[in-house]
Design a protein around this ligand. Structure first.
Ligand code: NI
Length: 253
């Protein structure tokens, strides 16, 4: 069993020039990848790219909460019915950029999409930035009706890991866990049980060491896996087998 990338955005315009080549390198290096939507348009674009080894999640990011209105939810429901669409995401809250999107609108969009995931029996892919308390309060209400989820690009501490486990979530690490100054993040990774750990790139963002600063692509996920293996004190082959098995079970692939 090889590595997988559970979170990438190859629909991004940053891949417009060479998307086919990036996709080929991804599928040469990895068993499969999941394209993640962040708008209605990029969710549709992810579905348009579905093929052998390529899965998708559809959803509206907290920066575009106005898209998750009645009509938007209807479109997401239709996209989620396509074969190889395996999750609702990415959804969540983001208070990092003040005034980017009003918090009450973000929360409404988040709740509406959590309800959609529960209705469709699909796991959720969660985005959280500087919004942990409100996000946790909403998930406390909704988790019982969900069939699992992923705290993507994890940025919290060991206490928040515990909270995620309580919701029966998986915890996914991106390239930033490899950065020299990210010891706190590596300590959090240490607290994640092996059967809950996932690995991702969030391409085109957050390229890991030693390709930091470059446009990230799914094939780079191996650097993040190597760091996590070191953190866990195991061989990278074992880390690979376990994280891929985790992702397979969660997404029912
Ligand atoms: Ni993302």
């Amino acid at each position: 069993m090889g590595l997988v990338d559970t979170h990438c955005h190859l629909q991004s315009e940053r891949f417009d020039e060479d998307r086919a080549a990036v996709l080929r390198r991804a599928l040469d290096a990895l068993d499969w990848i999941v394209l993640i939507g962040d708008t209605l348009e990029s969710s549709q674009a992810a579905v348009d790219l579905l093929q052998n080894g390529v899965y998708a999640a559809v959803g509206v990011h907290p920066y575009h909460p106005e898209q998750a209105d009645g009509e938007g939810i209807k479109r997401l429901r239709a996209l989620a019915g396509v074969t190889r669409v395996v999750a609702i995401g990415e959804i969540g809250l983001d208070y990092y950029r003040y005034n980017e999107a009003p918090r009450d609108l973000q929360q409404r969009a988040f709740r509406a999409q959590l309800e959609l995931a529960a209705e469709l029996n699909l796991p959720v892919v969660i985005h959280n930035r500087d919004s942990q308390d409100d996000l946790a309060a909403i998930l406390d209400e909704h988790y019982v009706s969900l069939c699992g989820g992923i705290m993507h690009c994890f940025s919290g501490d060991a206490a928040f890991v515990e909270r995620c486990l309580l919701w029966d979530f998986h915890v996914s690490f991106a390239g930033n866990v490899t950065f020299p100054k990210a010891q706190a993040l590596r300590d959090a990774a240490k607290a994640v049980p092996m059967n809950r750990l996932l690995v991702e790139t969030d391409s085109p963002y957050l390229a890991p060491q030693p390709v930091r600063g470059k446009r990230c692509e799914p094939a780079f996920v191996r650097y993040t896996a190597e760091t996590l293996a070191t953190v866990k004190g195991i061989e990278v082959d074992e880390l690979t087998a376990q994280t891929t098995a985790n992702a397979r079970a969660l997404f029912r692939i």
